[in-house]
Design a protein around this ligand. Structure first.
Ligand SMILES: [Zn+2]
Ligand SMILES: [Zn+2]
Length: 354
């Protein structure tokens, strides 16, 4: 391995999550060494995601006793592992947040992109709330020169997951009437991407007036409160009576899915992007069968989605300048986590800067 750029340090500051006690500590640990086919990345920014909170609060089971969290990384290549020749030190990259397991039935037939037991960064191996992180050289995405690294960090999940929901799962196309339940972090990006995909009209539904105001500013044609007793009538009127072709549920509780399903046109589909432990109570069999309604679950994105988004940003088609709500230094990681937990300042994305 070559020496990390501009440093002779052998240790680095990292957040460490202890599964047994659910404690978060800031510690100095050895700078990791990239193995064959891996690169060491100096982390510029790393997002704080709801799935990170789910590990802390126990909703996601811990896979290892101690781990560095954070999986939404953008940074620069600091060192190359043996055999890596696709990258050079100083390249600006977004690493893939998952590694194929190499042993499931899809991996065994070479379909690594559809691995059934993906090892996830920050859950199975150390992530990016640290000064450095190790990632596979294959799976890194180059960040265009004119894209700031703080916006690049958003592409590692916060924007790529909504992108894949719009383009791959829902297949939104020009002229689709689209509703979006929950316009926080994920839902705000859904609004922007549905607009790019040609959805019309775009209807944002939320309980938070500030979030609704922001969704309108970023592309929603209508913004309705979810507790409005006239919600269904308003959606009916906004769509000229045809109701919704696609409804995204970015909240993921039975109440929002129920509202979304109730507002579908025949053959319409609800795509669930949000997640909770609640059961889906979507309506009657009669409603589904007679009107051929559908519900689809969505998770994640493909690595190539990150480079598509990087190009949209680079060419000015997508504006994420409002998406970084706050940048906290790694030493204040506890404050950043609390801001997301309590939704302080109605955040789209909070980034950690090591
Ligand atoms: Zn994430
Ligand atoms: Zn696999």
């Amino acid at each position: 391995m070559s020496t990390p750029e501009q440093t002779t340090a052998t240790t680095m500051l990292a957040e460490r999550f202890y599964a047994a006690t659910k404690e978060i500590k800031l510690e100095h640990i050895p700078i990791p060494t990239p193995g064959p086919g891996e690169v060491l990345i100096k982390v510029a920014y790393c997002g704080i995601c709801h799935s990170d909170l789910s590990l802390i609060d126990g909703n996601f089971p811990a896979r290892v006793p101690v781990i560095t969290q954070g999986h939404e990384v953008a940074g620069t290549v600091a060192a190359l592992g043996p055999g890596v020749n696709q990258w050079k030190v100083g390249d600006r990259v977004i690493p893939s947040a998952g590694k194929a397991c190499l042993s499931c039935r899809n991996c065994l037939r070479g379909d690594f992109a559809n691995c059934l037991d993906l090892n996830l960064m920050a859950f199975a191996y150390d992530g990016g709330w640290a000064e450095y992180v190790v990632a596979g050289a294959i799976g890194c995405t180059r960040v265009p020169d004119n894209v700031p690294l703080e916006q690049a960090a958003l592409l590692a999940d916060a924007v790529s997951t909504p992108f894949a929901a719009v383009v791959r799962t829902a297949k939104v196309h020009l002229g689709n009437a689209v509703g979006i339940w929950g316009v926080g972090g994920v839902g705000t990006h859904l609004v922007q991407l549905v607009k790019l995909a040609g959805g019309v009209p775009i209807i944002a539904v939320d309980i938070n007036d500030a979030a609704l105001e922001r969704a309108t500013r970023l592309g929603a044609d209508y913004a309705f409160r979810s507790d409005d007793p006239d919600l269904n009538a308003k959606i009916n009127e906004a769509t000229g009576g045809r109701r919704l072709d696609v409804a995204f549920d970015a909240v993921g509780i039975s109440a929002t899915t129920r509202q979304a399903v109730a507002n579908l046109d025949s053959y319409g589909q609800v795509v669930t992007v949000g997640m909770s432990a609640q059961n889906i109570e979507a309506g009657s069999f009669m409603e589904f069968s007679l009107l051929r309604k559908q519900i689809k679950g969505h998770l994640g994105y493909k690595v190539q989605d990150i480079s598509i988004l990087a190009e949209l940003l680079s060419r000015g088609r997508l504006d994420l300048s409002e998406s970084v709500t706050e940048i906290v230094p790694l030493s204040e990681i506890h404050r950043g986590i609390e801001m997301l937990e309590k939704k302080i300042n109605n955040p789209i994305r909070i980034l950690v800067q090591p």
